[in-house]
Design a protein around this ligand. Structure first.
Ligand code: FMN
Length: 539
């Protein structure tokens, strides 16, 4: 390493206030991101410091401080890929992720959009009619084309007809951005949405009205969405009248999605992967597909999972993320659909207060998702139900004492009663499920147990005081980190947490952390406090 005393000055600096050399002064300087700054050396000691304001002069001006580097101003708006903001009509490269059962409310999406971010409505788990009503509201408030909002399309292996119908709805109603979640491979529904309406402009460039954000946590799944959909699938969509021949022709030259949210350890469905290795692995797939296919348009990679502090946001951008996406922390905000009681529980969470528990939508497959552990017994109770499902062939074969324990300790009703209410629910939503359950006792057991998993989310959303210990609240480790960061500030109390202030503070803080890191890499001895941006109300 070369000696910092031997810098060759690129310029000189003069100013009325002396440069910052002490830890406190350096930390204060790092906050001034919107100003350019100078890395200067003290001719007497060789120490490196930072000067703000003042004037740049030539190095030989008597009394001028020798300048080792000049840093321009930086802005939260500049974090991430500029093409993201241009294509999606945002001020910031910041997305609020979809949260099922309408927890990402229309209000949350509208607030995110109005504060310069992109928001996805939490359509998963809602009925067709509820999604339709949400679209009406979003179109009414934000408009269609170019507006920074979208909806979730969740892969529904148990309800393919609903997935198809919701995709149709998005196409028909001009929902221009869709976050595709829980896909392991492509389905006709998402492919049709992705390629509907493709045309070519006068210059020969393909115009793509519908944009898919693929949520991925595995390289092989990313690969499906980064390549064009298989010809056989495109041909079938043409034969069934779902795509025109021209759309299919153009589709063969385009990836299914051009934005990928790489999801590390997050709230809800997650593979619990750390962001660093996962991001690099999926970037390698992206780079190889880009080379093979020779795409003319960029394929952007965003980062999600565990982003609840400025440091986490800054590190995601430093990995090369084109945008960042948050989930858990928005659930704790006033605009989210979670009950006040649920938000209070989130506000008390520490980083380790999360655990994995069976997922209602993929219960039979043994899929788990990440939930809040502190203050609720949901996880052990749901695990108990899954264990029974694995052990027994039917509700009737569960020994009486075990059944009694579950009836009393989990369901708070008899298994028979539970099946009857479950049956009534499915008769309304999908009678096919009831028909199957009546000939397949194992399916009947799965539906009965799944009803507890489904209701436990509802109780948390509605704030049912009688079922507080059954609340199922999806939550990742970002929550504990966020609580620690905001402790003692205006963002500590649930009533003070708004999606806009959370986003702006995360981004402002990420810019400060980035500036501090830059200065450190130029040899300035930045103190730990320079990496500790505290929340404050931002305009
Ligand atoms: C309550 C909750 C519900 C979620 N529901 C969905 C969903 O329906 N679809 C989806 O793609 N992601 C869903 N997610 C994931 C988020 O959109 C986001 O990707 C994730 O929360 C980011 O990680 P983080 O929780 O660490 O911020 C959900 C997350 C939470 C916390």
């Amino acid at each position: 390493m070369s000696d910092v005393r031997q810098i060759s000055p690129v310029a000189g600096w003069t100013g009325s206030a002396p440069p910052a050399f002490t830890p406190d002064a350096l930390a204060a300087s790092a906050m001034r991101i919107r100003e350019g700054c100078f890395v200067v050396s003290d001719p007497a000691t060789g120490a490196l410091g930072v000067a703000n304001g003042g004037s740049q002069v030539t190095a030989d001006v008597p009394g001028a401080w020798p300048v080792a580097a000049v840093l321009p101003a930086m802005y939260p708006e500049w974090l991430g890929d500029r093409s993201f903001a241009e294509v999606h009509g945002t001020r910031f490269a910041y997305v609020t992720g979809a949260m099922a059962n309408g927890i990402a409310t229309t209000e949350l999406v509208i607030e995110a959009a109005r504060s310069g971010c992109l928001g996805f409505f939490g359509a998963a788990g809602l009925s067709y009619q509820q999604v339709e009503a949400a679209i009406d509201e979003l179109v009414g408030s934000l408009g269609h084309d170019g507006a920074p909002w979208g909806c979730n399309l969740i892969h529904s292996p148990n309800e393919p007809a609903l997935e198809e119908a919701v995709a149709d709805l998005y196409i028909a109603r001009g929902v221009r951005k869709v976050s595709a979640a829980a896909y392991m491979s492509l389905t006709p529904a998402i492919v049709r949405y992705a390629y509907s309406g493709l045309t070519v402009d006068a210059a020969g460039a393909v115009i793509r009205p519908n944009m898919v954000f693929a949520k991925v946590s595995r390289p092989e799944v990313a690969s499906h969405f980064m390549n064009p959909a298989p010809m056989a699938m495109l041909n079938k969509l043409v034969v069934t009248g779902k795509l025109t021949e021209r759309e299919a022709q153009l589709a063969a030259t385009l990836p299914v999605a051009e934005d990928f949210t790489i999801e590390a350890d997050s709230g809800g469905h997650t593979d619990n992967r750390p962001l660093g290795p996962l991001f690099s692995a999926i970037q390698a797939v992206r780079d190889s597909v880009m080379t093979d296919r020779g795409y003319q348009r960029p394929v952007r990679l965003g980062a999600a999972g565990g982003i609840g502090t400025p440091q986490a946001a800054a590190s995601a951008f430093a990995l090369g993320a084109s945008y960042i996406l948050t989930g858990t922390v928005n659930q704790a905000c006033v605009e989210s659909g979670l009950s006040v009681a649920g938000k209070e529980m989130l506000a008390a969470a520490d980083i380790a207060d999360v655990t994995m528990a069976p997922a209602a939508d993929m219960f039979e497959l043994g899929v788990e998702l990440q939930v809040l552990k502190r203050g609720t017994m949901f996880a052990p109770r749901a695990k108990r139900l899954y264990q029974l499902y694995r052990t027994y062939d039917s509700l009737d074969s569960i020994p009486a004492d075990v059944a009694a324990e579950v009836e009393r300790g989990v369901l708070q009703m008899s298994l028979d009663e539970c099946w009857l209410t479950t049956r009534a629910f499915w008769m309304d939503r999908d009678p096919q499920q009831v028909a199957q359950a009546e000939t397949d006792p194992r399916h009947k057991m799965a539906l009965t147990f799944r009803s507890y998993l489904g209701l436990s989310s509802r109780w948390a959303i509605e704030g049912d005081q009688n079922r507080r210990t059954d609340y199922q609240i999806w939550c990742g480790p970002a929550m504990g980190a966020f609580n620690a960061w905001t402790s003692g500030t205006f963002l500590a109390e649930p009533a003070g947490r708004t999606v806009a202030q959370v986003a702006k503070n995360l981004l402002e803080g990420a810019a400060v952390v980035t500036r501090s890191h830059q200065l450190r890499t130029y040899g300035v001895p930045m103190p730990a406090t320079a990496f500790d941006y505290r929340p404050r109300p931002l305009g």
